[in-house]
Design a protein around this ligand. Sequence first.
Ligand SMILES: Cc1cc2nc3c(=O)[nH]c(=O)nc-3n(C[C@H](O)[C@H](O)[C@H](O)COP(=O)(O)OP(=O)(O)OC[C@H]3O[C@@H](n4cnc5c(N)ncnc54)[C@H](O)[C@@H]3O)c2cc1C
Length: 389
Amino acid sequence: MHLVLARLPDAPPGPRGLSLFLVPKFDEDGSAGRRAGPPQARPAPSGGSEPHEVGSVGVRSQVHCERIEEKMGIHASPTCVMRFDEAAASLVGEPGKGLNAMFVMMNAARLLVGLQGIGLLDAAWQKANAYAQERRQMRAPGSASKAGAADVIALHPAIQRILQTQRAWIDAGRVIAYRTALELDTQKHHPEATQRDVAARWCSLVTPVLKSAWTEQAFTGASACLQVFGGHGYVREWGIEQHVRDARVAMIYEGTNEIQAIDLLVRKTLPDGALSLQGLLTELEAEPGQSPRTRQALQAFGAFVREQVVPHTSASDTAPDQAFWLADDFLRALALLLMAWAWDRLAAAPQHNATAHAAFWRWVWPEFGMRMSMMNTTVSVGQSAPAML
Ligand SMILES: Cc1cc2nc3c(=O)[nH]c(=O)nc-3n(C[C@H](O)[C@H](O)[C@H](O)COP(=O)(O)OP(=O)(O)OC[C@H]3O[C@@H](n4cnc5c(N)ncnc54)[C@H](O)[C@@H]3O)c2cc1C
């Protein structure tokens, strides 16, 4: 079965003209091969080449794999160029509502790709951490080894910083992912509508953040883990270069990370004047065990969105592109806030990783201030974009 987005003959241009179709590999009644043109909703005019008979399953639809794509990484998951010639198709949902229908699948896929990011980052970390405990190179500062002996590279601050930073991302990412899994269940099964709504808000706002921030970290973090191997990291047999290649696509598929940021700010935050977002921030703040630093940041972000982002972006006649310039920084800032919340929760657990916790505040969290500063600049310069073309 192939799910295909295509246009009906009189469909308008743009996304609103897209409908979703189901194109079977085999057509039970044998009519597929006799239809002409791109995927057609049934009934369709007849004509075209003779179908290929395949016995009791019916006839083969005119669906062809033109070629397998040669990709950067994920070689075990082939993708290909498909050609749909004279293939019969059944319409799924309403005409022109193809994207809505597809998003049912896309939402799950976005979360899974976010999890893929966390998993790949952890796999890269495990390889790099093991290597760093074995590889000896130079003396670490303050080394207790005997004169002339080299230390394992895990003792060098630069290597510790790389490893601990990734651990900070992995552990926080897991907390956010597990919480999202709980919210998905609550959204679906809770008997009270208010609780279902609160859970739906979490899923809606956090999904693009998880997808975007943790796939970006999977790639940049796996690359940092490759660095731990030095020259060996670049040699295929160590396996770390595969993680770097495999992770790259996650920033692209199931909606590129730029589109996730636009989804979060333009589609999900601004239309209700950021009420949903404020609800999420209040929910995070109200959780027990939040550190003063996290609480202060949640409040600062909420105030900035309320007082700066919403007023500036709703003046659509003077700053129509403002929200789009802000979107990436906005998503990153929310990702870091969620991480701060997650690390406060982890810190309450007796066996939490105190080193990674410290690494979060030292090497990851400062980006929050940078993103706020970038957004402040964007808001203050208004519409004027950097001259580009
Ligand atoms: C390995 C792999 C497997 C895939 N599998 C499937 C599959 O099974 N089914 C399927 O349907 N698709 C699949 N895709 C396609 C994938 O979903 C798209 O490649 C992806 O959504 C990006 O679309 P695009 O390639 O058309 O890029 P474009 O939309 O052309 O984007 C190019 C660049 O412009 C940016 N951009 C575009 N529009 C905007 C905007 N409005 N604002 C800001 N930036 C923008 C993008 O972020 C990107 O950086 C797959 C892709 C890959 C690489």
